[in-house]
Structure formats: C-alpha cells, structure tokens
Design a protein around this ligand. Structure first.
Ligand SMILES: [Zn+2]
Length: 376
C-alpha cells in the first residue's frame, strides 16, 4: 500500500539535502543508501567526472518478470538555485518553502514517488516486469546526466519520467528540439572621443543584427526563439570591439528548427559583413524533441492506468526540455508525467502531499498495465 506518512517523510528528507547541479554528491549517497536499505543493488555511473560534477547517475535494476515489457522510471537529483539549506514547511496538505529557497520538489517529488511506489510493490508482493530506476545528475543545466547514460545497460521497452507539474494524469507527450548559440560580433577598438571613425562598434553591430532578426519570440505554433544574454564593452570612452550574445531556438519540428536556426545565424553573419566586421558563431544542437502519437503503445499503458485509477489523462505539449527528450532520442519511447510540483524554479514552489500520493497510485497502475502485456 502507498503509505502517505512514509512518502511525506521521504520527500522531506530528500528536500533537506543540498543537491545543486553538479553538486549532487550528498543526494547520490543518500539514494544509494536508501536503495540498499530496500534490499536492492544500486550503482553509480561515471558521469560525474565526465561533466565536472561530484556525482554520477544512480541506477538500480529491480528484477521482475522477464517476458513482460521492462520499464525505465526516471527522475533527476539536481535542483536549481537558490537551493541551499532548503527548509520545507508542512501546512496541512501542502509542503512549501520558507520563502528563501526553491522547494526542490522539482525533482525530489519524482524521486520520492518512485521510491514509495517500488517500496509498496515489493511489500505487497505485487508482480511486475523488470524495472530500471535511474536518478540523473545535471538535468537542469542541459540534461547532461541523461546524455551520458549508458543505455546499453538499461534495456527498457518504455520510459516513464516523473518530472512534470499540473494535475496528476498530465503527461507531456510532445516537446521541442532545442538549439542554443553564442555569437561574438567582432569590430575594432578606438578612442571614442579622439578618433571614433577608426573604430567599428561591435555593440552597434549586435544591436542592428538583433533589431531585425528574422525570427524572434513566438515564431509559429510550435517554434520559439530568444536572445537571453548580451555582453560587451569595458569602458564608456572606447569603441567596443567585441560583443557577445547568447540565444536559443526551439521547435517541435526538426525541419523548422534547422531552417530557423540557419536563417538567424546567416542573418547575423550578413549584418556583420555589411558593416565591415566579423562574427564568430558557436552552435550547439542540445537535444532532440519528441512527438508521441496517441496510437503509440506507451499511450495505451497510460490510458489503462487512467481507467484503473479514475485519474483523467491529460496529454499535452511542453515547451521545455527534460530527460524525456534524451531517452526518446535514444529510441526508448518516453513520456513525462506529473508528480504535482507547482511554481517550480521559484521561492514560491510548493506541492500537495495528496498529489504525490495520487502520482504513486498512477505510477503503480502504469506498472501493473505493463505487467499485463507481453514483450513485443
Ligand atoms: Zn525537473
């Protein structure tokens, strides 16, 4: 049985652990211990040293019925700033912050729900298919834990990521591809009062380039772009010779993200050339998008779980990226389901205990639905 008290205590204990991105050591140690205490054999992979962090992904195989489709259950260990010395406050059904930090329900709630669900399955001796539990590092800074996972050791048929907000039953089945870029405009320095005509202002170049960017903000129904950072200049009386901008493009359509990104970067190049300067472009294709169709098998598992629990299913698109993008990109059908986290990445973050309980029931029903199938 899902145990509300145990779930609450688990969540509180996880939230109290400092676990900023690339500083997940304490969280990884705590999870390794918690899983061992459950009689399981978790291990940690070598991602930490590859990405400049102090911990790797924590992975745990839970042996089940081999003939049934195996499930990968996943949540991330890292939290955003301000996230040191989090002090959760229980207020009736709500757990909130003291207003000075995030709560870190993103994604401690995902971890707590996975642990409570597996505990309850083992206790009740409920039969299930093979389960792979994966708790990733460095999700928040660009999905680096998931990107470094060795999926050859995780032969799952479907993946359920627990890292969404909204009513329980909400599932993200569509998410954009994501590109980010850094563009450095290079001009020429000169004294701004004595001989400005000998200089070429990189700030002016960047301004003109951004001002008539071909795509900005909401581009179309499934695509967006932004310039989020602009840096340049050192003192007021020197014509600025370098100006750096950082931006991003997202689209659910792969064809569109490629086209929009090319058009934006070409535009920057043209503007700088026209003004007699140069430009240095660094483009990173960060992660692929995904678009799960309603007829896909993984959705039928969710529908069955929804019917069994009376929790309405709400399939929706998300504009953000998550570990779900990486797992789908690697060929394992993956969806991201809500654990009830609210106002994430803010000091007003909160979560309802009843929502986490409900998420445990929903996840249990998904696991039971998978057990009801044969491996295809
Ligand atoms: Zn998250």
């Amino acid at each position: 049985m899902i145990n509300r008290q145990r779930l609450t205590e688990q969540f509180i204990s996880l939230v109290r652990i400092d676990s900023l991105t690339r500083q997940e050591r304490k969280m990884a140690d705590a999870l390794l211990k918690k899983l061992k205490d459950m009689g399981l054999e978790p291990y940690e992979d070598g991602t930490g040293s590859k990405i400049g962090g102090d911990a790797g992904n924590v992975i745990c195989y839970v042996k089940g019925e081999k003939q049934k489709p195996a499930l990968l259950l996943m949540a991330h260990m890292d939290t955003v700033v301000p996230g040191i010395s989090k002090n959760p406050i229980i207020d009736g059904d709500i757990i909130k912050t003291d207003g000075t930090t995030v709560l870190g329900g993103d994604d401690a709630a995902g971890i707590a729900v996975i642990l409570e669900t597996v505990k309850s399955l083992l206790e009740d001796k409920t039969p299930f298919a093979d389960l792979y539990l994966v708790f990733t590092v460095a999700e928040e800074s660009g999905l680096f834990g998931a990107r470094n996972l060795d999926l050859s050791r995780i032969p799952a048929d479907y993946a359920i990521i627990l890292d969404e907000g909204g009513d329980i039953g909400t599932a993200a089945v569509k998410a954009p591809h994501y590109n980010r870029f850094k563009v450095t405009f290079i001009g020429k320095a000169a004294h701004a009062g004595v001989e400005p005509e000998k200089g070429l202002s990189a700030i002016m170049m960047a301004s003109k380039a951004i001002a008539d960017m071909p795509h900005f903000g909401r581009i179309d129904e499934e695509s967006t772009s932004n310039i989020g950072i602009i840096k340049g200049g050192q003192v007021r009386n020197i014509v600025c010779d370098t100006c750096e901008i950082e931006g991003e493009v997202r689209s659910v359509s792969e064809e569109k993200i490629n086209r929009y990104t090319d058009e934006i970067l070409d535009h920057f190049k043209r503007v700088s050339e026209k003004m007699g300067g140069t430009v240095k472009i660094e483009l990173e294709k960060m992660y692929p998008g995904f678009d799960i169709k309603e007829s896909d098998d993984i959705i039928s598992l969710l529908k069955e779980a929804s019917d069994a629990t009376d929790i309405p299913l709400k399939l929706q698109a998300t504009g953000g990226g998550s570990d779900t993008n990486i797992i789908n990109g690697a060929g394992i059908p993956a969806i991201n389901i809500s654990v009830g986290m609210a106002n994430v990445h803010s000091t007003n973050e909160y979560i309802r205990i009843s929502d986490m309980e409900k998420a445990c029931r929903f996840l249990t029903a998904i696991i039971k639905a998978a057990y009801g199938r044969n491996k295809s």
